[in-house]
Design a protein around this ligand. Structure first.
Ligand SMILES: [Zn+2]
Length: 209
């Protein structure tokens, strides 16, 4: 889609800026009457980000929205505050425990200029080998790292206990089908835990950070 952004002086009609483009955009504006605070219009949902990452907001944010809506433990999470990016080039190297996904706080500059509080990074190498249910699981896993105060917290075990109990400890890597936690027939974690799957708290899982 061809787009054109033109900034006009409303009083004189003078054209101040003209940009023609075909992709997405983020606009930051300020107003004198609200103290020149930055306001953001974020429409940059699918674009290259740096040399090897793509912005994936258009796919992952809608999943995150559904997760937040469904699971009470995520109700404080605002998917709009997360920049979803995917490393398209990473491949396994010598690291023994490579991560598949991780979430971190956006640095001050990114927060200020783009308005995102977190950056959730995935590795395409893993994503393209996963089922939809696993990708949803990975996003749930990462969102759980955001606590009620907006800080990042660690897992209760190497993973989240409820996920391991419900989906098995290798839910992220198995080639077997795992349950899609967004399916209607997946209701609450606790019920499944009661249904009695054993978890060994000391078993480790190679997974997302
Ligand atoms: Zn984690």
């Amino acid at each position: 889609m061809k787009r054109k952004l033109i900034i006009l002086d409303k009083d004189t009609g003078e054209e101040l800026e003209r940009v023609e483009f075909t992709g997405g955009y983020n606009i930051a504006v300020t107003n004198i009457h609200d103290g020149e605070n930055l306001r953001f219009i974020r429409k940059l949902d699918n674009s290259k980000y740096g040399s090897r990452h793509w912005i994936k907001n258009y796919t992952y944010r809608s999943i995150a929205d559904k997760l937040v809506e469904k699971f009470k433990e995520l109700e404080h999470v605002r998917p709009k505050s997360i920049l979803f990016i995917e490393d398209m080039e990473w491949e396994p190297g010598t690291s023994k425990q490579p991560w598949m996904a991780k979430i971190k706080k956006a640095n001050k500059e990114l927060q200020y200029m783009l308005g995102y509080e977190y950056v959730l990074e995935t590795r395409n190498y893993y994503i393209e080998r996963m089922s939809t249910s696993q990708i949803i699981g990975i996003l749930y896993h990462e969102l759980r790292h955001i606590d009620k105060d907006g800080d990042l917290i660690n897992h209760d075990i190497e993973d989240w206990g409820n996920m391991v109990a419900a989906l098995g400890k290798d839910w992220a890597t198995t080639k077997e089908a795992i349950q899609n936690i967004l399916d209607d027939d997946f209701e609450y974690w606790n019920d499944l835990r009661k249904a009695g799957r054993q978890i060994n708290m000391f078993e480790t899982l190679r997974l997302a950070k």
